[in-house]
Design a protein around this ligand. Sequence first.
Ligand code: NAP
Length: 478
Amino acid sequence: MKYYDKQFIDGVWREGSGDKIMENRNPYTGELIYSYRSASTQDVDDAYEAAKRAQPQWGATLPEERRTYLKRLAQVIREMESEIFQLLAEESGGTRAKFGFEYGDSLKVIDDAMGYHMMMDGRIMPSNIPGKDNYVFKIPKGVICVIAPFNFPLLLSLRSVVPAIACGNTVVLKPSTETPGSAFLIAEMFEKAGFPHGVLNVVAGRGSEIGDYIVSHPVPSLISFTGSTEVGQHIGKVAGELLKDVSLELGGNQVMIVLDDADADQAARAAIVGAYSHQGQICMALNRVLATPKVYDDFIKAFVKYSKEVKVGDPFDQQVSIGPLINRQQAEKVEERIRETIQAGAKVELEGKIEGSVVYPWILSGVTNDMCAARCEMFAPVCSVIPVKDEEEAIRIANDTEYGLSNSIFTKDLYKGLQLARRLESGMVHVNDQSIHHEPHVMFGGEKNSGVGRFNGHWVVDKFTTEKWISVQRTDRY
Ligand code: NAP
């Protein structure tokens, strides 16, 4: 794997000037991949100044020019495919299957953004003042700060960075301390695609040390944050005080409702994808299954059977579907939460081993919604099955959570599925499928503590631009 030990500021790779030496470790082996010096507040200042300097010229580029840059970026990503896989597997423990999704959607995000200039339209409006014309322009926000999580470091960085620059903004990107290489890889992609200096800048350092400085800095007008609800709430507070706009894509606690008329086998196969993709470390991952009496036993039987077939281990092994969690501490936290849930009365249908950072699939049944594994975002291949007496109880329990990101319902009655989906308090619901869905041209986002704002298509264009009223007086008025 390529080792990145420099920050990327104003088109230049330079050593961070922070006082901390940061370590990037392989989550599967625990081995040190490389270390680097963290960014300091001075580096953050320099990155924002570079972005601010670059923005007017970048914002004035013609739509066709921006399209050409994005085309080159996509081409560079295609040329770097195997390098990207190596990096994602080594630094984040992502398997080949997870890579396929992340890589494919990253390219789709770029593809869609090539048409975003078409959505930067304005209005000409009548005036009540004789001789006056009113124009409303949609213009770039300016400089946007992007803060990314560890779980999909390539896609979830690009999901903000690409629309931001496609709309004429410039960016300062702060990656997760667990996955800085992915952000530096993005910087290298931008460099190879020939983007002007300062359009993208990357500063890596611990969020607890430089995060507040990055968020409260006077330059960015929008903080586009993807990560946990806890940190998102903190960022919301800091930004709110300064009246900065935020886009917050936060945690989730998904359910799959399996109704009596559903195909239990189909639902169980879907639950394998929903609960175990990327080891359950997905904001939309399936945390709870709510099954009605007629399907409850059949569902559990099939779910256990298919779970036993899932191969766990080294993410570089093509057959492996479940790799390591991001670090050993996460696995320890998960183990504690499982123990607490079992002590509270849950039954173990499938006992997964926990070896270092690797967690094998766990299925708990007879869970109640107040138990730890049902309340917490487990972020691991652990699923709680909760018995419910009917669909009304299912809706009530599904909504009894602070989160509201993505849910799913299995039923053969499609109209009922649609109507129940409307009653679920989440930004996204998938009928007869599992909860993990992302299509770069379709709206994405959560309700309640799962976030503020919407991604993709015109939703992201609206978020990453602002509007300006200019009136022109054609005749003498005074
Ligand atoms: P996290 O701990 O909240 O960290 C996310 C980012 O915030 C990291 O870059 C982190 O930097 C930074 N950060 C931490 N404290 C900060 C502060 N005070 N100011 C500014 N930045 C700060 O989340 P994570 O563990 O990486 O990701 C997992 C979480 O993200 C889960 O809850 C998951 O559901 C959620 N997520 C949501 C979506 C969505 O679209 N809704 C998508 C993916 C993930 P450090 O790493 O240096 O601390």
